[in-house]
Every structure is written in C-alpha cells, then in structure tokens.
Design a protein around this ligand. Structure first.
Ligand code: ADP
Length: 527
C-alpha cells in the first residue's frame, strides 16, 4: 500500500494535531516508511521524536527505540499515550519493571497494540529480550542520541557499540534510523560505520540558531558580581547558569539569593524530590534562575529561557552548543554569555589526567577547540557552524551579526605573508605536527619531539620568531576556518593542507587577520 502526502498530513493531524511538518520531518518520515536506513541530524528542538513516532504509529509492528536516558523515555511514553488514548501504544522495557508489568508489555507487543517500545541499550543486550524481540514484528529500529556510539561524541556509551550486532540478531533487513543532535563530521562517520548503515539517507538540518547572541567575557575574580549584574539587567527573565562543580552551584545559588535574585540550585547530588521541585519552580516561573551542573537541561522544554550563562567554560563545543541551545527555543531573544579563563581549561585537563590515553587525546583535542572558540575574534556563529561542518557567511547568513566579535570587531590587518609562511612550514615539515608543535617550529622553540625529527636544524625553523606564540595560534585558527587547512581527526589534530592551501603558497591572496582577544587578567582567584 502506498502512502500519499495527504495520508501523511492526515496522520500528522490525527496523531499530533499539527498542520505542517517542521523542517525536514516529512522527508524523514517518508524515508522511514519506505524502509530505508535513515540518518537524522537535527539540533535539539528540531523535532526529531516525531520523525520516528509518526511512522511507528502508521505501520504494522513495533518500532524499537533505543535511548540512553530512562527519564526521557518515560516522558516520551507518557506523551505518546496522551495522544493516542491507548495505554499500550507505547511501553518502556527495562530492569525497573516487575514480572507482571513485563508480561503486560510483551502481551501488548504480541497483540500488535504497541507501536513504540523504548529500551535502554543495556536491556537490549539481555538474551531473553533479544529472544523475545526476534519472535515479534519489528517495524524499524530507531537509535536515539546516536552520537553515544562515538568516542568523539559528548556522551560516549560503550553499550551502543554492540547495537549493530544485536539488531542483526533481532531480524534481517530491519531498517535502522539513527538520530542525533551532534553534528561533527567525525561523529557522523562513526555512527554510520558502527551501525553499518553506509548509504543511509541522511537528513541534516542547519545548526544555526539565528536568535541566539553569543558572548564570551574574561573571567575575573569578580565573576559572581558580573553574573549578578547581568541577571539584574535582565530581571524577570528566565535563565540558566551552568557551573562545573556541585559545590560552586550551591555557593552561587546562595549568592544570587542573597542578592535578591530568585534562584535555585540543581545538580545530581540533590535528592530527587528537591531536584523535581526546583525544576518545577523554574518551569512554573516561581524562580527566574536555575544554577546548575550539566545534569540540568536534558529534556527540559522551557521555550522562553532568555539567557544561558556559563560560569565555567564547558569541555567541548558540543556541550557549549547543547547548553546554550536551551535559550530562546521559542525563537525569541537568547543571550549566551560565557566566562572564560585559561585556568579553567587547565582544571579540565587535570580531570582527564587519570583517564586512558586515547580518551585524553580526544578530550585534549575537544578542549583546544573550546580555547580557540573563546579566544577567537572572528564571528562566533561562523566558528561554531564550521565546527559542525557547515559553511556560514556572516555577511549574508541569518543571525550573522549576533555575537560580540561581529558587533564589536577587533582591528584587522593584512597577514598574507604570514599565512604563506605558516602554510610553507606545514609543507616543509611534511604535515606531521599538531598546532602547538607547528607554532613552536615557526617561532623556533624546540622540544623533544621537534628535536627527534631534527626539525630544529632546518633553515625554516624559527622563521616566524618576529611574532609570538599567541599570534601564530590565532592565525592558524583563522586559516583553518578559512578552509586552507584541516585538522586530521584520526591523528587527534595533526594539521594538514587543503588544496586551496597548496594553491595559496604559489599564489598568495589577501588575508585579513583579526586580532585575537587577550585574556591576561590575573585570574588566580577566579574559580
Ligand atoms: P528534539 O528531539 O529534536 O529535541 P522534539 O522532538 O522534542 O525535538 O521536538 C521539539 C518540539 O517541537 C516539541 O515541543 C514538539 O512537540 C514540537 N514539534 C515537533 N514537530 C512539530 C510540528 N510538525 N509542528 C509543530 N510542532 C512540532
């Protein structure tokens, strides 16, 4: 039976009450109904859930939705039950169910009542569950938060690595739908490879959030006062302040309260009742501000969060994007203000020091991007979107002037000779260095690695010593974003030349470099 566009719209209206599909939803739904492997990359709030819920409701059999978060699964199941008036239409299968409940779930599936079955990846590894699912009709498998499969995602879960094998045990030719809001090219590649869905129809929405204003400020020891001032200037508006540690969350919430701001703390160390009550207060607008660790926000759907402040810089651009993404979901104003001190980066590095080497390398590479983002003076939006593999022209693109760097531009100067020197150095060293070592070669600073290659004996060693390390790092970042260079992910960040970079060496063009921010305040007491 072929499904027409008007059938689709009728189903959308019937099940969800919506008149129109949002963004790329319609194409995704059609792709799933055509039983094609499908990969959906959409930012949070893009409407991913409907992409698999609607085809599941329209088809024979049960769609299995793998999701890492039990709390989120429960919300989704409740929502689906709400729209269908049939309790059994959606179920969760996990270890918290008792025998009677499991029996009921299985009966509903066997009887064709259950259209969506949410499972955590660890439940799927249980033999008895796999055996059961083999015996029933599965319409498709949806892998939510698919970035969990990749060590380059912000939330790697080893159990996700077994999914492909489990899916093939459940049945042959079950279509796979992967969904994520993490857009880096490397994560995408890992998802496709690990789930074995080469050739999947891919739907990638833009990650541009034109209504968000991005700002980074230097973090001084007066950061609390800066935050209070900002909140007071935005009084009556809802906002989230993210801190790294639970202790800081508690302290800052108190400081805000003492200063007459209606604020509550939120972190995983608080008991469940307190957490729920604080979250509800925020949703019901009894308080304006939640001071929180990253434990807060997953699945929070408050559309009118007007600001997100980072008291501490996050450990990756993905985290920053996710967390700031909670602002302005209604399309209205959303101010994203991050406080940055290099000391905080060192703190994050220290956290990683006990971890396995590969994990540290990845963590380092992700952190370097955060440093680059904080210190850059180019369009922040362009930087973020470039990170996610998206081209953005901030002269013409939506929201192109919505950040501190574009509004208050730094001076620019012609730097094409330095660009040429940088590119030549990469060529002369056979593209083997990461950014820090490359800059060391340019300024003529030797270290064990450089000496082991005898690079310090070469004529080009130290050719750029008329400028300092910071200058070259800044130039390198700008040349990267301009597309003359690329960072090789497999080697955790070795810098390589693109074709346009090779062309530049023989035919240099104008390159207007923007001066970077200098964060040189004494940050000893900042925390
Ligand atoms: P994501 O999972 O991508 O973060 P959600 O699935 O939670 O996004 O959807 C975000 C919001 O958009 C939800 O409130 C949802 O009800 C709403 N939504 C989804 N699709 C539509 C649509 N076609 N029309 C109107 N609202 C929609």
């Amino acid at each position: 039976m072929s499904i027409t566009k008007s059938d689709l719209h009728a189903a959308l209206k019937k099940f969800f009450g919506f008149n129109k599909f949002m963004g790329l939803q319609e194409g995704v739904v059609e792709s799933i109904l055509a039983r094609t492997n499908t990969f959906v990359i959409m930012p949070t709030g893009g409407g991913k859930s409907l992409c698999y819920q609607l085809p599941a409701l329209m088809q024979e059999g049960t769609a299995i939705v793998v999701s890492p978060l039990i709390a989120l699964m429960k919300n989704q199941v409740d929502a689906i039950r709400g729209i269908s008036n049939e309790e059994g239409v959606a179920h969760v299968l996990n270890s918290s169910l008792n025998k009677t409940e499991i029996k009921r779930v299985k009966e509903d599936i066997v009887n064709g009542i259950t259209k969506l079955l949410y499972v955590a990846p660890e439940s799927l590894t249980k033999e008895e569950n796999v055996e059961f699912l083999r015996s029933v009709t599965v319409s498709f498998m949806a892998i939510d938060e698919a970035h969990c499969i990749s060590e380059w995602g912000h939330d790697f879960r080893p159990e996700y690595r077994n999914l492909k094998q489990i899916i093939s045990r459940i049945g042959d030719n079950i279509p796979i739908i992967a969904l994520t809001a993490t857009a880096t090219p490397k994560v995408q590649e890992d998802v496709i490879k690990n789930l074995g869905i080469v050739g999947a129809k891919t739907f990638k929405a833009s990650f541009n959030r034109p209504n968000l204003y991005y700002e980074v400020r230097s973090k001084s020891k007066n950061v609390d006062a800066d935050i209070i001032r900002f909140i007071k200037q935005n009084s009556g508006k809802s906002g989230i302040v993210y801190c790294l540690s639970r202790k800081r969350v508690e302290e800052l919430a108190q400081v805000l309260q003492v200063n007459g701001i209606k604020a509550v703390p939120y972190h995983a160390g608080l008991d469940a009742k307190t957490r729920t009550s604080h979250q509800d207060k925020f949703l019901m607008e009894d308080v304006d501000v939640v001071v929180a660790t990253i434990a807060f926000g997953m699945g929070i759907d408050k559309p009118d969060v007007r600001f997100v402040i980072h008291h501490d810089i996050p450990k990756s651009i993905e985290s920053y994007y996710q967390e700031t993404g909670r602002a302005g979901r209604d399309g209205g104003e959303g101010h994203c203000l991050a406080f940055y001190a290099y000391k905080d980066i060192e703190k994050l590095e220290k956290f990683m020091s006990g971890k396995p080497v590969a994990e540290q390398e990845i963590g380092q590479a992700l952190l370097q991007e955060v440093v680059a983002f904080a210190e850059t003076s180019m369009s922040r939006r362009k930087f973020i979107l470039h990170y996610f593999g998206e081209e953005f022209d901030n002269e013409t693109g939506e929201g192109g002037d919505m950040d501190d760097n574009v509004r208050f531009p730094k001076k620019k100067h012609e730097a094409n000779e330095d660009v040429k020197l940088l590119l030549e150095t990469i060529q002369n060293t056979n593209e083997k260095y990461k950014s820090k070592d490359l800059v060391n070669v340019i300024i003529g600073k030797e270290n064990a690695l450089i000496k082991s290659h005898r690079t310090d004996e070469q004529a080009f060693f130290g050719k750029g010593s008329h400028k300092d390390n910071k200058y070259w790092m800044a130039l390198l970042r700008q040349v990267l974003v301009a597309g003359y260079l690329k960072k090789d992910i497999e080697t955790y960040g070795v810098i390589k030349l693109n074709d346009s970079g090779i062309d530049f060496i023989s035919k240099p063009k104008s390159f207007m470099m923007t001066e970077d921010h200098v964060y040189d305040i004494d940050q000893d007491e900042a925390n």
